[in-house]
Design a protein around this ligand. Structure first.
Ligand code: THU
Length: 124
């Protein structure tokens, strides 16, 4: 279900430079869904990944009280694609036990964010 929602979100990707379309769907601890897609820019470094777009949208929609339960990510090329390091750090910020579902080497896999990003940087 979360993967289907992420696939719908992927349709909105703005990726004219890489042509790599990504969609993300997140499930909050209280059962709400939020989505995001990657948004690229001619100044390449300003690109934002689908995962962070979804999470930042959700922070706004939950009045800053976001707690993540799961994050799913899909891509239009159906190739292995786990969240980048920056997205892992942002996912960890909003839920140390978040389940992350992504396309692994063969099929979709689920891993906890604590396994994907051990020794997460925290200030609290
Ligand atoms: N991208 C994501 O949106 N999420 C990922 O997990 C990996 C990479 C985007 C960023 C850029 O727009 C494109 O994919 C190619 O790197």
């Amino acid at each position: 279900m979360l993967l289907g929602t992420a696939t719908q979100a992927m349709q909105n990707a703005y990726a004219p430079y890489s042509n790599f379309h990504v969609g993300a769907a997140i499930l909050t601890s209280d059962g709400h869904l939020f989505t995001g897609c990657n948004v690229e820019n001619a100044s390449y470094g300003l690109t934002i990944c689908a995962e962070r777009a979804a999470i930042f949208n959700a922070v706004h929609q939950t009045q800053g009280k976001l707690v993540l339960r799961a994050v799913a990510v899909v891509n239009g090329n159906d190739v292995p694609c786990s969240p980048c390091g920056a997205c892992r750090q942002v996912i960890a910020e909003f839920g140390a036990n978040t389940a992350v579902i992504f396309r692994g080497q063969k099929d979709y896999v689920e891993m906890s964010i604590s396994d994907l990003l051990p020794e997460t940087f925290r200030l609290t």
